[in-house]
Design a protein around this ligand. Structure first.
Ligand code: NHR
Ligand code: GAR
Length: 208
């Protein structure tokens, strides 16, 4: 049984999707804790209602980024995770934090990486005139939004899209690809070879 810890900052809809699919599909895994960097993160309530342990490590009361990272790592390691997930987690993590989890830490980013790493991805995609947008599940490395790509989803950009409509259409696909990517990880189906992820059973790693 693989132990999953999920980090959130807000709504937590990706976390919810993973908790639900894990239970519904009987993965060899359990979400054992949900940790937020904001006390008001709405997703904490869903987790605690499901009987999942929750914790808050507030970045605003930390003395420095390094102190925040260290407190966060302590809260995570108390749950001895096999897999650490960022799900709408909004704080950049330092190299000293990331290294011990490399190879067992995933993020979902709301763009078709390597386009638009960082923040405000939907606004930037619209400003660039992109006709496709999407989301990417990737392994987390010290370099922000640059780790090996596990799975992507693509949606058409509509002529009348704004940031909100595009974000909502991409988010619906995130709820499909993130649980699927996590399922593949916990089933031992992912291998990273030379910075490229291979899915051992050969299914498509792009969903449209
Ligand atoms: N940390 C590392 N080392 N590597 C990655 O790939 C990471 C990471 C931390 C978070 C998520 C990421 C995203 O999917 C993520 C990937 C926050 C920021 C950011 O600039 C950028 C990217 C991501 C998350 N955060 C501001 C900061 O100063 C704060 C913004 C806010 O609080 O609203 O940390 O997009
Ligand atoms: C999602 O769209 C996720 O991809 C994005 O924030 C949203 C979180 O929604 N992540 C980032 O922008 C990371 N910087 P959720 O809290 O409902 O899962």
């Amino acid at each position: 049984m693989k132990r999953i810890v999920i980090l959130i900052s807000g709504r937590g809809s990706n976390m919810e999707a993973i908790v639900q699919r894990c239970a519904d599909e009987g993965w060899p895994a359990a979400v054992v804790a949900v940790i937020a960097n904001r006390p008001e993160a709405a997703g904490l309530r869903f987790a605690s209602e499901r009987g999942i342990a929750t914790a808050v490590v507030d970045h605003q009361t930390a003395a420095s980024r390094e102190a925040f990272d260290a407190a966060l790592a302590a809260a995570i390691d108390a749950h001895a995770p096999d897999l650490l997930l960022l799900a709408g987690f909004m704080r950049v993590l330092g190299e000293a934090f990331v290294r011990p989890y490399e190879g067992r830490m995933l993020n979902i980013h709301p763009s078709l990486l390597p386009a638009f790493p960082g923040l405000h991805t939907h606004r930037r995609a619209l400003e660039a005139g992109c006709k496709l947008a999407g989301a990417t599940v990737h392994f987390v490395t010290p370099q922000l939004d640059h780790g090996p790509i596990v799975m992507q989803s693509a949606v058409a950009v509509r002529a009348d899209d704004d940031e909100q409509t595009l974000a909502a259409r991409v988010l619906a696909t995130e709820h499909v690809i993130y649980p699927l990517a996590v399922r593949w990880f916990v089933e031992g189906r992912l291998r990273v070879e030379g910075g490229v992820v291979r899915q051992l059973q050969g299914a498509s790693q792009l969903l449209v």
